[in-house]
Design a protein around this ligand. Sequence first.
Ligand SMILES: [Zn+2]
Length: 293
Amino acid sequence: MVNKKYFVQRNKCPLCASKNYKLIFSKTFKEIKSKNFFSNHLNNKFPLSLLKNANYNLSECLDCMVIFQNNILNKKYNSKYYNDYIDHNQVLEKNQKRVEQNQLIKEVNSIERMFKNKKIKILEFGAGFGTWISAVKKKNFKDITAIEISKKRRVYLKKKGIKVYADINNLKKNSFDFIYSDQTLEHLVYPGEKLKQIISLLKKDGILLIKIPSGFFLKSKLKKKYYAQNDEAIPLEHINIFTNKSLNYIKSFYNLKRLEISYYYKFYEFDYYKYLASDFYHRIFGKKILFKK
Ligand SMILES: [Zn+2]
């Protein structure tokens, strides 16, 4: 049982809604040293006491093979987690350091190639502080929309002149050419439902680029002594872990094609080989996936 004041239990697969799943890891938050982890990872407003007597459980869906945390924060505390407990300044600093401007520009160049410099409509789902969308805006892309759940971040984005909404409900179906989602799906309570909505916003032949933490090593990590850490299975935060099999499920269930970035480059270009290697890497580790509708 979990303390309902803070937690809810997910009793079906968050990706495919199947009840055919098995518990693959179960320890108390204390056993995985969550207190240590959270006192560094979050600000001091986070009530560490909510972890008391609660379990960190991971289940694996036997139908779509996604791995998910069963015990997650309830609506109230989940919202507090992202609005109040996360140190936004620290995240902003990290983002600016993490994303090399150069790499970002290259990525935006690939989008220009995919659409042959046509005027396109772009959506970023989970825009954070807008590092990516700002880079896109600097290029010739004018029709861009951001979705960001955190109010603080939405205020920040609006100040930067970005069109931003809290949710995708009001957006027009079949209207976007390119949808980008970086490190967002792993945080959602129902990523399957959200994916369905996101894909419905894409035009036919539209492209969806998803970035997620790799679930490739998780099962072998769990076999050793596993502690809460800044990885693909952060307690209460990275509540869905996608493996290659679950990515294949997404591809076939939503009737998508998987694309390679190298396809958009010519063999005599240096970047062709760079993307060929990167495509190969992501086929194995599944951190960056390109789907076509
Ligand atoms: Zn499933």
